[in-house]
Write a protein that binds this ligand. Structure first.
Ligand SMILES: Cc1cc2nc3c(=O)[nH]c(=O)nc-3n(C[C@H](O)[C@H](O)[C@H](O)COP(=O)(O)OP(=O)(O)OC[C@H]3O[C@@H](n4cnc5c(N)ncnc54)[C@H](O)[C@@H]3O)c2cc1C
Length: 518
C-alpha cells in the first residue's frame, strides 16, 4: 500500500510489510549515511561524509568522486557491461548493489542504482533518446519519491559551469548541474546577487526550481521566480528553449516542472547588484505577540523566519535578515515583540552547534552568506531527519499556526523544530504561491517514519479548510484528488507535459500518483 501522495512506505527504511519499517533495514541505512561530499562538519564534529571509496579504474570512464561508493567485483562487471551497451555515455557511473543509492537524509533508498552522468548537451540528448524511462537526479535533497526512478537516473553534476553573465540584461545563465553554493560566490565576485536563497546553498539550481523551493521574505518570490529562461531536452531528445519574454504561458507552466517535462540543461536567472546583509536572532517571543503582530513582524526585515517547537506558547527563535541599505536596515533593539536579542550565534535547533550556521549578531556580510541559515561546506539542518511543509494563503497564516499549535502534544515529541516563513505570490502554474502570497509552516521531524506517518494526516486535516498545499519535495499524505482541486492549472500542466513527453518517459510513481492520476 502506498502513502497517498507521497512516499511509498516500502521505500522508507525498506519497509517490508508496507506498514512498518524493518529494523534491520533501518539499521543498515543508519550504518551507511547518505553520501554528502560537500559537508565537512556536522554539528561541531569533523566528519568525512563521503563513503570510504574503493573505486576500480574503468578505462574510458571518468569516475566522479562525489558519487563514488565501494564497488565490488559484481558491480564492476555490471558497470563494464553497461558501458559496452551504452557507449554514448561518458563518464558512465553506476552504484554498488550493496550500498543502495539514497537521498540526502537517508530516509529513501532509490528504486534503482543505475546512475549515468552526462558531461554535455549532446550526451544528455543521446542518453535521453536511448532510454525508455529515466529521472534526472539533482543533489538528492527531496524527502519524498519525486526524484525516484525504477529504471535509470541521469545526473548533470559535471555540467556545473557558468555559461554567461549579462550585466545589462541583469541575468546569469548556468548549466543545470550547478548548485547555489557554486554560483553565489562567483556571482558576488562579479558584483551581482540573487534575490533570495533557501535555508541551504547545497542544492542544485535545477532541482530547487523544479519543486518551487523557497526562502523567506514577504516581498520575495520563491527561487523559481528568478528564472527567466530554460533549455530543456524533451523525451524525443530535442532541445527546446523557453523564455519568460517569448513563451508566455508555456514558460510559466514549465519552470516548476517537477521533473516531468524533460531534462533542464541550462537555466537563466534574474540578478541584481550585490548587497550586504546583517542577520539578527531573537529568542523567546510569546505566541500571543506573534498572533497580535504577525504582519508587522513579517514586514520588519527582508527575510524573517520564526522557529518554534510548539512548546510553552512561544516562538523560540526569530531570524531577521536585513539588507545593509538605506530604507532596508532593521533597527536591532534589544527587545523585539517580547523576544530578547541573542547574545551569541544560534542554531535553529537550540541543542545543535551554531558552527554550521551563517553569521549572526548583526555582523555585515555578503548576501549569500546571510540569506541561507546554513553554511556551505557544513551539514545543514540536523542531517538525520524527515521534513514536511505546508503553504497556506497569507490571510490564513495566523489561523493555521494556531491550528498546528493545538496539536502540540502530539507533534512535539517527534519534532526537532518548526519554521514559519512568508513568500510572495507568483504566476508559475505549479508553484504553491500561484496567484497568492503564502506563509509556510515547516516541520523538521526526528527520523521516525511510523510517528510522522501518523501525524501528517492530523496536520493536513486541520489545515485543509485553510487551503494548505504541501511542498513538492517534502513528505505529505494529501490525496491526489485534493491536490487536483487546489491547483487550478494542473490540467494545463498535464497537457504541457504530454507535449514534451507524450509517452511518460520522465514519469515516475510520484508523478503518476499525484499529477497524472485523474
Ligand atoms: C536540509 C534541507 C533543507 C531544506 N531547506 C529548504 C528550504 O529552505 N526551502 C525549501 O523550499 N526547500 C528546502 N528543502 C527542500 C529542497 O530544497 C528541495 O527538495 C529541492 O528540490 C532539492 O533540490 P535537489 O537538486 O536536491 O533535488 P532532487 O531531490 O535531486 O530532485 C528534485 C526534483 O527535481 C528534478 N530535477 C533535478 N534536476 C533536474 C534537471 N536538471 N532537469 C529536470 N528535472 C530535474 C528531479 O527529477 C526531481 O523531480 C530542504 C531540504 C533539505 C534536505
Amino acid at each position: 500500500m502506498l502513502v497517498p501522495g507521497s512516499l511509498p512506505q516500502s521505500v522508507i527504511f525498506g519497509a517490508e510489510d508496507g506498514h512498518s519499517p524493518s529494523p534491520s533495514s533501518a539499521q543498515r541505512i543508519q550504518a551507511h549515511p547518505a553520501d554528502r561530499p560537500d559537508e565537512k562538519r556536522r554539528n561541531g564534529c569533523t566528519i568525512g561524509r563521503a563513503f570510504e571509496a574503493k573505486v576500480e579504474e574503468i578505462p574510458g570512464a571518468k569516475v566522479d568522486r562525489a558519487w563514488t561508493i565501494a564497488m565490488n567485483k559484481r558491480t564492476f562487471i555490471r558497470l563494464f557491461s553497461a558501458m559496452m551497451a551504452s557507449p554514448v555515455i561518458s563518464p558512465l557511473l553506476a552504484r554498488a548493489t550493496k550500498d543502495k543509492l539514497s537521498n540526502w537524509a537517508g530516509n529513501l533508498e532509490y528504486s534503482t542504482d543505475r546512475l549515468y552522468s552526462a558531461n554535455s548537451l549532446e550526451e544528455v540528448r543521446k542518453y535521453v533518446k536511448k532510454q525508455h524511462k529515466l529521472k534526472v537526479l539533482g543533489t538528492r535533497h527531496c524527502f519524498n519519491n519525486i526524484a525516484d526512478s525504477t529504471d535509470n537516473f541521469l545526473s548533470l553534476k559535471p555540467m556545473d559551469e557558468l555559461v554567461a553573465l549579462d550585466p545589462e540584461a541583469h541575468t546569469v545563465t548556468v548549466h543545470a548541474g550547478m548548485t547555489y553554493g557554486q554560483l553565489c560566490p562567483l556571482l558576488h565576485s562579479k558584483g551581482f546577487a540573487l534575490h533570495n536563497l533557501a535555508s541551504l546553498p547545497h542544492i542544485s539550481i535545477a532541482g530547487a526550481i523544479s519543486t518551487a523551493t523557497h526562502g523567506s521574505g514577504e516581498k520575495n518570490g520563491n527561487l523559481a521566480t528568478a528564472v527567466s529562461a530554460l533549455e530543456i531536452v524533451t523525451a524525443a531528445g530535442e532541445v527546446i528553449k523557453l523564455s519568460r519574454q517569448r513563451d508566455g504561458e508555456a514558460f510559466l507552466g514549465a519552470v516548476v516542472g517537477l521533473g516531468a517535462l524533460g531534462v533542464i540543461t541550462v537555466v537563466t536567472l534574474d540578478i541584481q547588484p550585490s548587497f550586504l546583509m546583517r542577520q539578527y536572532v531573537y529568542e523567546n517571543m510569546p505566541l500571543a505577540e506573534m498572533k497580535e503582530h504577525f504582519d508587522t513582524i513579517q514586514s520588519s526585515a527582508y527575510s524573517v523566519s520564526l522557529f518554534t517547537d510548539w512548546q510553552n506558547q512561544r516562538i523560540s527563535e526569530i531570524w531577521l535578515k536585513s539588507r545593509v541599505e538605506e530604507g532596508h536596515a532593521f533597527d536591532a533593539t534589544p527587545e523585539f515583540f517580547g523576544a530578547q536579542r541573542a547574545t551569541k550565534n544560534l542554531h535553529p535547533i537550540a541543542e545543535l552547534s551554531a558552527e554550521n550556521c551563517t553569521e549572526q549578531m548583526g555582523v555585515p556580510g555578503p548576501w549569500y552568506e546571510r540569506l541561507p541559515h546554513f553554511r556551505m561546506g557544513f551539514t545543514p539542518s540536523a542531517g538525520k531527519e524527515l521534513q514536511t511543509e505546508y503553504f497556506v494563503p497569507r490571510q490564513n497564516a495566523v489561523e493555521a499556526i494556531l491550528a498546528v499549535e493545538r496539536l502540540r502534544d502530539q507533534i512535539s515529541p517527534h519534532l526537532m523544530i518548526s519554521e514559519i516563513r512568508a513568500i510572495a505570490a507568483d504566476n508559475l502554474w505549479l508553484s504553491p504561491c500561484y496567484e497568492q502570497p503564502c506563509v509556510t509552516i515547516h516541520f523538521t521531524w526526528k527520523q521516525d517514519w511510523p510517528a510522522v506517518k501518523m501525524l501528517m494526516p492530523l496536520i493536513e486535516k486541520e489545515l485543509a479548510p485553510l487551503k494548505a498545499r504541501p511542498h513538492w519535495g517534502k513528505l505529505f499524505t494529501m490525496p491526489p484528488a485534493e491536490l487536483h482541486s487546489i491547483y487550478k492549472k494542473l490540467p494545463d500542466f498535464i497537457q504541457l507535459s504530454k507535449k514534451y513527453d507524450p509517452h511518460g518517459k520522465f514519469r515516475n510513481e510520484f508523478l503518476g500518483t499525484n499529477i497524472f492520476s485523474s
